[in-house]
Design a protein around this ligand. Structure first.
Ligand SMILES: Cc1cc2nc3c(=O)[nH]c(=O)nc-3n(C[C@H](O)[C@H](O)[C@H](O)COP(=O)(O)OP(=O)(O)OC[C@H]3O[C@@H](n4cnc5c(N)ncnc54)[C@H](O)[C@@H]3O)c2cc1C
Length: 445
């Protein structure tokens, strides 16, 4: 019988916050209801967790009961005719891809790592390089199971009139525990991607490339040199691609041609090493620009080939900052953020710029909205890092944008509430038996 046991230190991907939790890892769906009730009887406020790839504190619940869902990882059904796949919520995208690609299917939406669970992906309503075409994962969820803190298991569909489905998509685990989900897959003809890398000299060129690529490419994303300045502000490498119509149907094992070589041993995280790396990476991108045919792993998951790369930030960890700003102000706001980052000398080689499209998500708290998203890591240097992020907050707020809870570990309640006007509607669906460090912080009046 699975029980909660004390764990001294649970950390998220960014590693800034580490805290004791009471963790239980069920192996059977039939155990969940009893586990939830016993956790409540022991006085724990609960939260589900997946593969802990969220950077900040949305997946942490210090001193509470954390239900680690990674033991519930069975695939239940796949109907090739309707393309509907049903899996347990702890199943990873990695495990799913190993099965579905060779059967001619792919995930409709995938984030930049395949080491996420289905439950975690739904709870953050993740987006990928194809947001402009496919929206978020929540747009593809057709049905899910949800266990509430009273032990009841509900089955929810997008036409759910109570609003609980909409609150659970992007609901940060606060509406209950997703036990399984049914997701519509997309068909593919091969396991290859026809990609193209195009260096660009500044932010304006990025926006021209994004506009030019939207209609013809399913996937677009850019790496940017966040420390470049002046005429080179926002220079980078634009990558776009489509599933190839010919080529091997078998997935590659992770051999790479587009990987960022960031696992340099003993690399010091300072402006000189980052500038040097970025210059080298940009130069290399220029040298290797043009069309190429590549496998799924190097195209979608270049960072996964480096294992636990988050450890290179050392014991103090790192913050990730991901914002989205609306189309009308996206150019100026992006430029202002890049200027602030470049002037501060902080930042990393993991800086990504992408335009989101207009496909609406069913999720009440879903992060993506039309406009431009900028995501980058900041090594945790204490006050100077917090000060820089406060400056970025001001730009994002002025622009009418918002930050991504999956990446956040410090935004203020005001910032969250301004960015997510539906948060009070959402709050009505929060199950009082569930909470997180993030929610306690941002839901204060
Ligand atoms: C290298 C890297 C690249 C990334 N790229 C992207 C990207 O391109 N796009 C993007 O959107 N995100 C991206 N992310 C973030 C990542 O996709 C999300 O944080 C994802 O939700 C993590 O899934 P997980 O299984 O690790 O969930 P966790 O981090 O463990 O949990 C995430 C949230 O889901 C809740 N949760 C987990 N399981 C359940 C469940 N069964 N029922 C209810 N709630 C649950 C938790 O309480 C928590 O609130 C990236 C992260 C990394 C490390």
């Amino acid at each position: 019988m699975t029980r909660f046991s004390a764990s001294k230190s649970v950390r998220s991907w960014g590693g800034v916050l580490q805290a004791p939790h009471n963790v239980a890892r069920p192996g059977w769906r039939s155990e969940l209801q009893r586990l939830v009730l016993s956790g409540r009887q022991e006085g724990y406020v609960l939260l589900a967790s997946g593969l802990r790839r969220s950077y900040g504190d949305s997946g942490l619940n210090p001193e509470g009961g954390l239900i680690d869902m990674t033991g519930l990882d069975r695939m239940i059904a796949l109907d090739p005719a309707s393309r509907l796949m049903r899996v347990e919520a702890g199943t990873s995208f990695d495990a799913i891809l190993k099965v579905i690609v060779r059967q001619g299917f792919f995930l409709p939406v995938t984030p930049g790592t395949r080491f996420v669970t289905v439950g975690g992906a739904i709870a953050n309503d993740v987006h990928g390089k194809n947001h402009h075409r496919h929206g978020t994962i929540g747009c593809w969820v057709r049905r899910l199971g949800l266990v509430r803190s009273d032990g009841q298991e509900l089955e929810l569909t997008p036409d759910d009139a109570s609003g609980l489905f909409q609150a659970t998509i992007g609901g940060l685990g606060l509406t209950g525990i997703i036990t399984w989900a049914e997701i519509e897959l997309i068909p593919i003809q091969s396991a290859m991607i026809d990609a193209e890398n195009i260096p660009f000299g500044d932010v304006d060129e990025f926006f021209s490339l994004a506009t030019e690529s939207e209609d013809d490419y399913d996937y677009t994303v850019s790496w940017i040199d966040c420390l470049s300045s002046g005429e080179r502000l926002g220079r980078g490498i634009f990558t776009r691609g489509n599933h190839a119509s010919t080529g091997s149907p078998l997935p590659d094992k992770g051999n790479t041609r587009l990987t960022m070589p960031v696992s340099l041993p003993g690399l010091a995280m300072n402006r000189y090493s980052i500038s040097a790396f970025n210059a080298l990476y940009f130069w290399n991108g220029q040298r290797k620009s043009g069309p190429l045919r590549t496998g799924l792993h190097p195209f979608f998951y270049p960072l996964d080939s480096i294992g636990r790369w988050n450890r290179m930030y050392g014991r103090k960890g790192m913050y990730q900052y991901q914002s989205v700003v609306p189309p009308a102000v996206q150019k100026d706001a992006t430029r202002d953020m890049l200027k602030a980052i470049s002037a501060s000398g902080q930042g990393s080689f993991l800086a990504v710029l992408k335009t989101f499209g207009h496909v609406p998500s069913p999720g009440l708290l879903s992060f993506p909205s039309p406009g431009t998203t900028l995501a980058l890591d900041f090594p945790n240097h204490g006050d100077v890092t917090l000060k820089l992020m406060a400056r970025l907050d001001a730009i994002v707020r002025e622009a009418g944008g918002r930050l991504y809870p999956a990446k956040d570990g410090r935004m203020s309640a005001e910032m969250f509430q301004a960015g997510y006007p539906a948060w009070q509607d959402f709050a009505k669906h929060v199950d009082a038996g569930f909470n997180s460090h993030f929610w306690k912080r941002v839901s204060q009046a």
